[in-house]
Design a protein around this ligand. Structure first.
Ligand SMILES: Cc1cc2nc3c(=O)[nH]c(=O)nc-3n(C[C@H](O)[C@H](O)[C@H](O)COP(=O)(O)OP(=O)(O)OC[C@H]3O[C@@H](n4cnc5c(N)ncnc54)[C@H](O)[C@@H]3O)c2cc1C
Ligand code: FES
Ligand code: FES
Length: 1416
């Protein structure tokens, strides 16, 4: 390892550097003269904090969680992509005329600690507590806006910031719907589907604040002033409704605040402290308003310098100080918002020993418009939110001269999320020179200039045309600082038009695939006088389409011949190769042309050069206000069961009090585990040498396969085919090789990187995709076949038509917001307590016992709650606690680890990608006759549960359709990718998807409406599935009929047709799909059992334990309801603490949508025992549990009961076609109808409306069931339309975090989202024997997300028909996920063909594990 760089000594009492070297020499004079203070002062939740020479490496999040012990702020990704770490930064208003502090939501995981000096940090703890919540927190909980709760504190803070910034209009609080949505565009939630989040935020404004949420109205300036406030206005704001009053209630609030400034917290951090010292933060009183501390208004910012011998921070407060620093030491790293730098440090291994925080320099933070000079000057480190706001204010004032500013505003609207825009700066974007920067093409297109300053050269102007030299390389001199960006205004004659375009995988908070800033000036006769077409995403650097520009100059705009010439030129400009970095060559070229094509027409329309198709130049309707309904009436409700009771932890989620594994207070002597993961996908391990790591500070030990005896070194879900630590070879990237144990997470992770691993490539070819596996004949043994009816060839030949197809569906990352985490606490001789974020305490306990070599009775595996799981913590959660247990045993100290998001995505597996090659035989009327398929899934390097996933796929491949003759075969592919695993639906959605591909193909081929095909092939009551289970309580026909009526299917179909007839470039599609989902653990029959343990204490309180785990699905809440109903006690008297292998032995993992069914029944059995023992006391004590329990206790009656349940009747055996037992207990059924609008030119879309109707039997808690339905639907929508897992051809996972892997955000949910539950009296559940006659609901609705894909497919068909490219009989192949690229490829057409970059075998930049889609 290189010796640490020598740095100057900050003013605190630090040891002097050993020997002077250049940075020290260069910077010490400045440290001694200017940067004399190393003390950071700020307020945290109302309390002053002073840190002397704090650690230079941590972020604000590290400080909050580790030093201040405020664990309400969560770590979800560490890269600014999820919003779980959102806090508010309040700073004094920059304008002396207004007292209103700036209040911005920021990502604490990116914010350097230095950025808080002189500001107030507000965390979720400042708002309220579960006992005294803030009204916003109460709304979130009461309106079911949290499920697992891991995202909730961040969401609360984002909404709170937006609301605090909102202005009043008259006496009413006034916020735009758009602003609320924007406030959430940097917050991800994987559970709720966002509907309740938006509703709770709205209810808070309307009901608690008495305000209004408006859909955009008025002029832009009015709207902006209304939501952001004008620079000069300091209007009186109404109270925020907080209990105990609001600062806005009281005119002398300031003085109240001053008095709170007395109690100073002083912490001195020695430079070498291994773990961050705790900071005493008093719990904030929820009845004290969050005032902006007057002390901070008075605090004069001063130059700062702090750090240690490895890293040092400077915080200059004037430009002069900054320039002096840069002059003295040009390689000092400037840091603005840190949104780029922190990602480089955390994920790209960049080390910046000298950092200079530049965002507190007033000269760099300005925005001014000089109409006379015709320019706008933006300070280099003005935040993007401020630029966005100022642009919005100025565009209406400047009218035609403000075209460029309007383009900038539009571009910023979809630049990252709100938290990023609140800190990121223009200079940061420009200096990074990313080839997919959003701003650079526009700045270049507009002819902007960069003003740089340095002491050596003074001020200099660099044209953006000369600024970007190469991949992330600029013309900025090393010692210079970007001080300003000068953007020209357009001339007032309106003949100069500027537009910007961007296409990303997700509309909000996503990096562009292609982005463009296009400008043209037309002279007399519409002749092009000046033009600039600048693009991002088309080259390693922001580029101009120079050939096209050349062609256009001097030519007449809107002349078709010129357009043709320009198109030819653009092909030359962007002659992309198939293997270009980033991939998608055809799509990129198509987008580049499309943007120009749209610009061509927009210019023509604005300058009235001719007739322009309105559908070409309009945007997709994204600003439609969000609406949503639930039917809310439950005829089956009882006193407690059936009521819409909020999640029992809802308030704790919203206040940040809910504790997850990493929130458990640090144990005495605790160590942190940093994983050494394989960086090769298929190689021999020649050497693993931990010695460099062991020499690093804080490192205590290292474990690998040597620490687990060979006979105990294997694990697996069904077959033990995986090692806890690799030995000799690795067969996938991201496989654990070892673990370094150190005092802190930071040290452990740094040391893990230092472990030397030498590989030797294995010379057999790498297998990544299903196609690769077929070619290499690489399969796990699997013989699952389903056969029914005639021999399939005969059945097919008897059919009037036979159609064939290939259907592909990609994998899906679980993206639970809480990554995998565990804590192993060694106890007395061999005992160990394990806290783990797991759905599976049983196998956690068993495997920990195995690796540490003790019987299971010495191990207690516990989990209180998970921050989401979705199947990803059913099995892949097992290795981490096992490794930690090995370490804890070896080192005799508690050991903890929480995976980084990239580690989690690399090593814990995903949903299995699938591919099916099928043939279907049908009558001429579309009746299904025969179905034959070879179905493949990609298991990865080990089997895990992939064979069981295949079984469920095969048994769901009929979806809801009767097919008399079936022959389907499952093949489980062995590949060199991570081991794929359980994921909500477990093969069911993939099976249903294949069925719908078949049905839609049949419809297309026969030219029959697909709904008719669906309808006429639906199963009827009592018919047999291919595995010969009769369908009873069959409600699908009824559900389809009801949904069709309630969502006005036929009428809307006609409307869609009409829309499509009128709009050439925007097409709508509508699709209604059914689903049935079998509930049980299928052929893992032994798992269909559960236990419960209930204690009644003599104060009448009840402790309920069961084998189920809480991952956000509301199981604890439902089980408490069942228990309360059975025991006839109030819900509040029952409590569940956690799920532990010590209270309920051998629990099945909470999965297969059967948690409520199994555990609910076990609880019922236990309650029945208690009820029978308490019967003699019921009448006497009038059901008063306290009195009954006391009397029973004195009578020596056992007040504890253990309940046990196993699902009766199951026992299907594969291959038994004679007298098979049922495979599933029953089927949860439902249907959804979705409508989309597609931009034909880009493949982009919005979901206009979704209606869902589900049969959940007698719901135990409709609120939870609605939440499960909506959350599953949105997750399914992600699976089928957006979420794409990609590998590099060397087997490394490309999509490793929220930056590259996109799950749906709040703005992606259907604009109108309506959910209903099937009701009696029509429906009968005569055969349902489940708890309270309810049905499992966790997984079944997920497939309904595919209704969006099939609606997109309809829109694609309409586009093809509109373009005269194939009529209804042309089969559209739209593989899943139907990303914008796939939709555009499916639309096809002349432009796509013209831009086509031919596929070159083995040369694609990224690989899909399901194989290559047609047309790409
Ligand atoms: C979650 C997430 C989403 C993102 N989304 C987008 C997006 O949609 N579009 C997009 O284009 N980018 C996006 N980015 C990238 C990033 O946010 C932008 O590049 C941002 O503008 C960087 O600004 P910053 O102030 O945070 O830069 P920093 O990280 O502080 O610095 C970046 C670089 O700029 C240099 N620098 C900063 N200030 C100056 C100065 N005054 N003079 C000279 N050099 C300077 C730094 O030394 C460093 O090299 C995203 C990043 C994240 C983490
Ligand atoms: S943890 Fe900060 S944004 Fe995800
Ligand atoms: S509740 Fe939002 S991620 Fe779980």
């Amino acid at each position: 390892m290189a010796p640490p760089m020598e740095l100057p000594t900050p003013a605190a009492d630090l040891p002097a550097p050993a020997a002077p070297a250049s940075p020290a020499k260069a910077l010490t004079p400045l440290v001694n003269s200017i940067f004399t203070s190393s003390t950071l002062s700020f307020h945290l939740n109302g309390q002053p904090i002073t840190l002397q020479n704090p650690s230079p490496t941590g972020t604000l999040l590290d400080f909050l969680r580790l030093s201040a012990r405020l664990t309400g702020t969560k770590l979800g990704c560490g890269e600014g992509g999820c919003g779980a770490c959102t806090v508010i930064l309040q700073s004094p208003s920059p304008s002396p005329s207004t007292q209103r502090p700036e209040c911005v939501a920021v990502n604490a995981c990116l914010a350097p600690l230095v950025s808080v000096d002189g500001k107030q940090v507000l965390t979720v703890e400042a708002l309220g507590t579960a006992e005294a919540p803030h009204p916003l927190q109460r709304r979130m909980a009461e309106m079911h806006a949290s499920q697992c709760g891991f995202c909730t504190p961040g969401i609360v803070m984002s909404v709170y910031a937006a609301v605090r910034n909102a202005e009043s209009k008259g006496a009413r609080w006034h916020i735009e719907e758009e602003e609320l949505l924007q406030a959430l565009d940097g917050n991800l939630c994987r559970c709720t589907g966002y509907k309740t989040v938006l509703e709770a935020a709205r209810a808070f404004v309307v009901e608690d604040l008495g305000g209004v949420v408006v859909a955009g109205e008025g002029s832009v300036q009015e709207r902006v002033e209304r939501t952001w406030g004008s620079a000069s206005a300091d209007r009186k704001l109404p109270s925020c409704g907080r209990p105990g009053g609001c600062c806005r209630d009281s005119p002398d609030a300031e003085s109240a605040c001053e008095s709170s400034g007395e109690d100073k917290t002083q912490i001195s951090t020695p430079a070498t402290t291994p773990s961050p010292p705790p900071v005493e933060v008093k719990p904030s009183s929820p009845h004290t308003e969050l005032l902006f501390p007057p002390a901070l208004r008075k605090q004069t910012p001063k130059p700062l310098c702090f750090g240690n011998s490895e890293k040092i921070w400077f915080r200059p407060v004037t430009l002069k100080q900054l320039l002096q620093l840069k002059h003295a030491f040009p390689s000092a790293k400037l840091v603005g918002g840190a949104t780029e730098v922190q990602v480089e440090v955390r994920f790209k291994g960049c080390e910046y020993p000298v950092c200079v925080y530049v965002s507190d320099i007033p000269e760099l933070k300005m925005f001014s418009v000089d109409e006379q000079r015709g320019e706008v000057v933006v300070g280099g480190n003005t935040t993007l939110s401020v630029v966005e706001r100022e642009c919005a204010l100025w565009v209406s004032r400047l009218a035609k001269r403000g075209q460029g500013l309007e383009a900038l505003r539009r571009q910023l609207r979809y630049f990252a999320g709100r938290q990023i825009r609140n800190t990121a700066t223009m200079a940061g974007n420009i200096a990074t020179a990313s080839p997919i920067s959003d701003l650079n093409p526009l700045l270049l297109g507009m002819g902007a200039k960069v003003i740089a300053h340095s002491i050596s050269r003074g001020g200099e102007v660099i044209n953006t045309t000369e600024f970007f030299l190469g991949y992330r390389t600029t013309a900025l001199p090393a010692d210079a600082v970007i001080t300003k960006i000068v953007i020209p205004l357009q001339q007032s004659d309106g003949r100069e038009i500027v537009k910007t375009y961007k296409q990303a995988k997700r509309k909000e908070d996503d990096i562009a695939i292609v982005t463009a800033g296009l400008r043209v000036r037309l002279g007399e006769g519409d002749i092009v006088e000046d033009v600039c077409l600048a693009y991002g995403g088309m080259a390693p650097v922001t580029v101009e389409a120079k050939n096209t520009q050349q062609i256009l100059l001097g030519k007449k705009w809107f002349d078709p011949a010129v357009l043709e010439e320009a198109t030819n030129a653009m092909e030359k400009d962007f002659d992309l190769s198939y293997s270009i970095p980033g991939g998608m060559p055809t799509y990129r070229k198509t987008l580049a042309f499309t943007f120009f094509f749209r610009f061509w027409h927009e210019v023509a329309a604005e300058l009235k050069l001719g007739e322009v198709d309105a559908s070409l130049i309009s945007d997709l309707p994204r600003d439609t206000p969000f609406t949503g309904s639930r039917d809310h009436d439950n005829p089956h409700a009882k006193a407690i069961v059936g009521q819409q009771i909020p999640h029992v932890s809802g308030l704790k989620h919203a206040t940040g009090e809910a504790e997850y594994v990493d929130d458990i207070p640090k144990q005495e002597g605790e160590l942190f585990g940093g994983l050494v993961l394989s960086t090769k996908a298929h190689a021999k391990l020649v050497e693993v040498d931990p010695s460099p790591a062991l020499e690093m500070p804080g490192v205590v030990g290292f474990i690998d396969h040597h620490d687990i005896p060979e006979e105990r070194s294997l694990w697996g879900a069904v077959v033990k085919d995986e090692r806890f630590f690799a030995k000799d070879t690795v067969h996938a990237h991201g496989v654990p090789i070892g673990m370094v144990l150190a005092e802190t997470a930071e040290q452990a992770q740094a040391a893990a990187k230092a472990v030397k691993v030498v590989y030797e490539d294995l010379n057999t070819p790498l297998i990544i995709s299903i196609d690769d596996a077929i070619k290499a004949d690489s399969f796990f043994p699997n013989n699952r076949i389903l056969k029914r009816g005639l021999p399939i060839e005969e059945a097919l030949s008897n059919s009037e038509h036979v159609f064939t197809g290939v259907s592909r569906i990609g994998g899906q990352e679980h993206f639970y917001l809480e990554t995998q985490a565990a804590l192993a606490i060694p106890k007395e001789t061999g005992e160990m307590e394990i806290w783990s974020s797991t759905q599976n305490t049983k196998e956690t306990q068993e495997y920990v016992a195995q690796v540490v070599g003790v019987p299971s009775n010495r191990i207690v595996a516990r989990v209180k709650r998970m921050g989401g799981a979705f199947g990803g913590k059913e099995l892949r959660s097992i290795p981490l606690p096992c490794m930690l247990a090995v370490a804890a045993k070896k080192l005799g100290r508690p050991c903890r680890a929480m995976l980084n998001r990239d580690e989690d995505m690399m090593m814990t597996g995903q949903r299995n990608p699938f591919m099916a090659q099928w043939r279907v035989g049908v009558t001429k009327d579309g009746l299904l006759q025969a179905f034959d398929a070879d179905v493949y899934n990609n298991a990865g390097h080990s089997l895990d549960v992939s064979a069981a996933v295949m079984e469920r796929c095969l048994t769901h491949i009929d979806n809801t359709y009767w097919i008399p003759n079936v022959h389907v075969r499952g093949h489980v592919c062995k590949t060199n990718i991570h081991s794929n695993t359980a994921f909500r639906g477990f093969g069911g959605p993939q099976g249903n998807y294949i069925a719908e591909c078949v049905v839609t193909t049949v419809a297309d081929k026969l030219g029959i409406d697909v709904d008719e095909i669906r309808w006429k092939n639906l199963y009827k009551e009592g018919q047999l599935t291919p595995y010969l289970q009769p369908l009873v309580d069959w409600h699908i026909p009824e559900i389809m009929e009801e949904l069709k009526n309630t969502c006005s299917l036929e009428k809307r179909k006609a409307e869609v047709q009409e829309f499509n007839r009128k709009n050439k470039y925007k097409k709508r599609g509508l699709a209604m799909l059914p689903t049935k989902f079998g509930i049980s653990f299928a052929t893992a029959c032994h798992l269909n059992q559960a236990g419960a343990l209930i204690h009644i204490y003599t104060d009448g309180s009840v402790l309920l334990a069961h084998g189920g785990t809480e991952m956000g699905q509301g199981l604890y809440t439902k089980m408490l309801q069942v228990c309360a109903e059975e025991l006839q006690v109030p819900l509040s008297s029952i409590f569940t603490s956690d799920s532990s292998s010590a209270t309920v032995a051998n629990p099945s993992s909470t999965a297969a949508s059967s948690g409520s069914d199994l555990n609910g029944m076990a609880i019922k059995v236990a309650c029945a025992q208690l009820n029978s023992r308490l019967l003699p006391y019921r009448t006497k004590f009038n059901n008063d549990m306290k009195a009954m329990a006391q009397a029973a206790y004195f009578d020596r009656v056992n007040l504890s009961a253990n309940g046990y349940y196993k699902t009766p009747g199951l026992g299907f055996q594969w291959g038994n076609y004679k007298d098979p037992l049922p495979l599933y207990s029953y089927f949860t059924q439902g249907a959804a109808c979705s409508e989309v609008e597609v931009d034909v030119l880009t493949g982009d879309h919005v979901v206009a409306r979704t209606d869902i109707l589900m049969d959940v039997g007698h719901s135990i808690n409709p609120a939870i069931d609605y939440g499960q339905i909506e959350g599953a639907f949105v997750q399914g929508m992600g699976l089928f339309t957006m979420e794409e897992t990609l590998w590099h051809s060397n087997g490394t996972l490309f999509t490793r975090g929220p930056g590259t892997y996109k799950i749906p955000g709040a703005a992606d949910v259907p604009r109108s989202f309506n959910t209903r539950l099937l009701k009696m009296p029509k429906s009968q559940w005569k055969n349902l024997r489940s708890i309270q006659s309810s049905k499992g609901i966790g997984e079944p609705p997920l497939f309904l997300g595919a209704s969006v894909l099939f609606a997109l497919r309809e829109a694609v068909k309409a586009a093809r028909e509109g373009a005269g490219e194939g009529g209804a009989r042309e089969t559209v192949v739209l593989d899943s996920p139907a990303t914008c690229e796939r939709v555009r490829a499916a639309v096809g057409g002349g432009v796509w063909q013209r831009m086509k970059v031919e596929r070159e075998e083995g040369r694609s930049w990224v690989v899909c594990a399901q194989g290559v889609s047609e047309g790409l």
